[in-house]
Ligand binder design. Sequence first.
Ligand code: ANZ
Ligand code: ZN
Length: 837
Amino acid sequence: MSETAADVQPDGQRKSYDFQEIEARWLPFWDEDATFAVDLEASSRPTKYVCDMFPYPSGDLHMGHAEAFAIGDVPARYARLRGFNVLHPIGWDSFGLPAENAAIKNNAHPAEWTYRNIETQAASFKRYAISADWSTRLHTSDESYYLWTQWLFLKFYEQGLAYRKDSPVNWCPSCQTVLANEQVIGEGVCERCKTPVTKKALNQWYFKITDYADRLLDDMEQLQGAWPERVLAMQRNWIGRSTGASVTYRIEAAEGAAETSIDVFTTRPDTLYGVTFMVVAADAQLALDLVTEEHHDELHRYRDGLGNVTEIERQSADRERTGVFLGRYATHPLTGERLPIWASDYVLADYGTGAVMGVPAHDQRDLEFARAMGLEVRVVLDTGEEDPSVSGTATAGEGTLVNSPAWEGLAKTEAIAKSIDVLSSEGTGEAKVNYRLRDWLLSRQRFWGAPIPIIHCEACGEVPVPAEQLPVRLPTDVRGEELSPKGKSPLAGLDEWANVDCPACGGSARRDTDTMDTFVDSSWYYMRYLAPKNDEEIFSTETVNRWLPVDHYVGGVEHAILHLLYSRFFTKVLYDMGLVNFTEPFKSLMNQGQVLNGGKAMSKSLGNGVDLAEQLDAFGVDAVRLTMIFASPPEDDVDWADVSPSGSAKFLARAWRIAQEVTSETGADPAQGAAGLRAVTHRTIADAEQLLEAQRYNVVVARLMELVNAVRKEIDSGAGPADPAVREAAETAAQILSLVAPYTAEDMWSMLGREASVANSAWPAYDESLLVEDTVTAVVQVKGKLRDRMEVPADITAEELEAQALALPKIQSYVEADGGVRKVIVRAPKLVNVVTG
Ligand code: ANZ
Ligand code: ZN
């Protein structure tokens, strides 16, 4: 690219900073130069894997993408400068409903919309100058990708980790599809269309993620400090491990119903003597099994009324408690007392055993139920608070056991242990761990997803599609209305596609017509980036083990629970299969903030959206990127109404002009140059390293601005443009700037006579001896009188200052004479007052 270099010789003839010209020059260069190509198999250099959560192809890139990808590019480019072999891939999460809805509307195939949007986004990403290697690009809706999604499904199936069951599932009447619990949000509405979700009984596929509940919790230890604490907390809550006991209650026989028993899960077996009734989930089969003839109709009426109430509402504190007596009685396992059994909606069918022992004195929901139904409230733990039947507030805190013959007088925790012992020895209960986590419902009655590779045969049952027949391809010739779901999968309407011969017996059989939740696709894409074109195997274990876990994972906090949990689950399963040698996929996680406008999230309805392409056209890529990074620490929101991309553009022009003005030769010895500027340059490099490690990218930019100011001053009123220290500072500025504003930095580098690309130059080493510390004079007083002074670093901590002051010989002698230190008042970093006596 010699003509490009000739173009930009620092001959002083070049006009002013023109971002369009600069973008037009370097974008094709990086492409032809393959500047960001990664050699996945090179084993000599240490690796760094920086991964951005891959985008969904909904239209063009937006401001949120611009922020997230600007942030992710900083560690990727920094690692490259530090000599790492860097993998920074890009791909698309390209299955999913919006494509399908668009296809129905436009009488098209979902692939058309999907791949058109991908191309639009890809062009924007290129212009945005992400340091990505495009050769590792993937799309989850490509056959070459979903073949392996299906292959994984079959591996899970082989291990009993994928299974089918009938169950009441969340159903969105508008999307006409099943939703996982986690896709039901807020007051029980569909995550996508906000329609209230209802229940429907369907036969569905599940992944047995509950088998991994303990490991998903315990392995979080590896992530402590490297993932945001709030994400870890959300994962923990989602898994929701509760320890307690399961207790078995015998149920008396009744007219037409034999004696039976039920188990309940309780976190408070210490309150066993306070049980005055039992409640089963009204919508559970158990309620139907227990109810007597006499109460049968009433139960059915009650159940019919439950339909649309969400789980959150059902459990909410200010909801009126309702229920139906089932006509049956349980026997208290210790006292033999008769306990009436009720059905109510505040007990959930799919938590614990779907039945609870009612302890109204110490559980608020039980108390409200008891008060509504006129049931007895019996205090068994004295907490010193008012009687719950009077106050209306159950007492849930610590206290001493009362009215409990077997463990009278014990503290709560002791009684919990004791009660479990007693129950176990009598065979009526045992210690039990319960989880909020449910198995992952993965089947969807929609078209645009990976078909579930199972064939149903009347003779053989479920038959896996043989591996060599994968992928089970989606039909390409359906369009528009044919794709609309009508309560079942569109694939079910395509007999030609669905009817096949059974791979086992050759008889006529039918394909499974559901497709997989797109979360399945995104649970393993970061592994496939290591082999996007491999059609022999899912990936090379050796290569994946060399590169993973991902060093920096960057993406939105909206994925704090599911995507991360599912990816962690997949990783553990692959680990158990011997396919990978690590148990957590993402070593560190950065959740970028949101881009707001005027304090609010950008949205169509508010009309406060900002169009990324317009911003790029107006200010240039670099100015937009710089603004995103400079505005705030990466995890904080950026309010576009408060920032100044034009200010960023001005700064870029200022930095660029410096490179233009430098006249010293490349390789001139900076040691011969201005010492003051050299100190600033080397301090900036040293600080930038620390700030980059700590992900304080906005502060790196601030420091860079100071450096640029210092060079400007040196050129204008100091040593001038021929000083080699000026060149050193300008080159350093270009290198640091390349992390954020790659076009301007590349142009500067080139004007400075250095060979492109700055992205592959070596990070400058700082000279320790040039790092003059910032110091201040601290005064040390004894009882308010000035007794000594000391020079200390400006950023010394209060503790360190106190220690140093007390160690001064003069101060020690005053202190001794005065009878020792009584207290020390420290105002770091300027004042220490030792009070003696
Ligand atoms: C008796 C008791 C006494 C309870 C007491 C609590 C306090 P976590 O912590 O969420 O696991 N429970 C059990 N299964 C339930 C279901 N299917 N629907 C609604 N509630 C259910 O909560 C466990 C507690 O929630 C259990 O302990 C049970 O009430 C209730 F002073 O049993 B407890
Ligand atoms: Zn068969």
